[in-house]
Design a protein around this ligand. Structure first.
Ligand code: BT5
Length: 263
């Protein structure tokens, strides 16, 4: 398994494993143990794949599970911007390997294919014993399989007719991450990343629902602000949301009786 030529030139390395608990956990352990960063951990399958907020990421063989360890990539306040850097890189990589795929990005950092969830990103950070900031960007892409029975629609590349070798997708992703990280420039280039992200944003300008804990807020998705927050125009005014789950009509599961969901 290899990173692409651009990533190799930038000093990015990769370690591949058969089945491990979670590529994020291993990448974080490497960071704590003093790795210099720019290290990808890729696994064939995960037994403890994780989503955000302690959720499970279904991780069967054939899909891509990759985590990138970065050491001191930016001041800590800038670290959450890595989700947008990753979204831009991921959509570029997917477009390289499946040029006709309709990829869009859902705030904060999912990639959708035909409006269904194709990919998720889990960002984690810690301070190492030496006082360095270790960031791990975990990326899961459904290449050949996706779970059924979720509260929303999921998909995989093969189901949508795209035959993509996982290793080719990874090589493209590693290159596009190297490129997007260089553009981001430790936060100095966030304005460019933000524009690239917005150009692929799902439901921009449309009415969406955002779940924040038990609350559901409805409004028009205006933009992502300069801090990466979701700007929503609600009936009671404009608000900026730091964290939450965006619920889109395209993600609604098909209704019982075989009717199709809202696409
Ligand atoms: C995410 O969380 O979407 C982040 C997923 C990150 C997974 C990668 S794989 C490599 C690295 N190592 C890890 O252990 N994790 C990272 P969230 O937005 O919380 O979405 C999780 C929810 O998505 C779950 O609660 C399910 O409803 C759904 N889900 C689980 N597995 C899925 C899959 N394979 N495809 C689509 N949706 C899935």
């Amino acid at each position: 398994m290899r990173v692409g030529a651009l990533a190799a030139a930038g000093g990015y390395r990769v370690e591949r494993f058969d089945t491990i608990s979670s590529t994020n956990d291993l990448a974080m352990a490497r960071g704590r143990a003093g790795d210099a960063g720019r290290l990808w951990i890729v696994a064939d399958a995960q037994t403890g794949g994780r989503g955000r907020l302690g959720r499970t990421w279904v991780s069967p063989p054939g899909n891509l599970f990759a985590s990138l360890l970065l050491i001191d990539p930016a001041p800590v306040a800038r670290a959450p911007e890595l989700g947008f850097v990753t979204g831009v890189a991921l959509s570029n990589a997917l477009t390289r390997v499946a040029p006709s795929a309709a990829i869009s990005l859902k705030w904060p950092n999912d990639a959708l294919l035909d409006g269904a969830k194709l990919s998720g990103v889990l960002l984690e950070a810690t301070t190492t014993p030496e006082g360095r900031l270790a960031c791990v960007i975990g990326i899961g892409v459904n290449c050949v399989a996706h779970p059924d029975g979720l509260p929303y629609r999921a998909t995989d590349l093969a189901a949508a007719g795209f035959v993509v070798a996982r290793d080719d997708l990874f090589a493209a992703l590693a290159d596009e991450m190297a490129r997007a990280l260089a553009l981001w420039d430790a936060g100095a280039g966030f304005a460019d990343i933000r524009l690239a992200w917005l150009s692929r944003a799902a439901a921009l300008g449309h009415r969406i629902d955002v779940a924040i804990g038990d609350r559901l807020i409805s409004g028009v998705f205006r933009t992502i602000d300069e801090r990466g927050r979701l700007a929503l125009s609600t009936d009671s005014g404009d608000i900026h949301i730091d964290a939450g789950d965006v619920l889109l009509p395209s993600l609604s599961p098909p209704r019982a009786g075989g009717e199709k969901g809202n696409n």
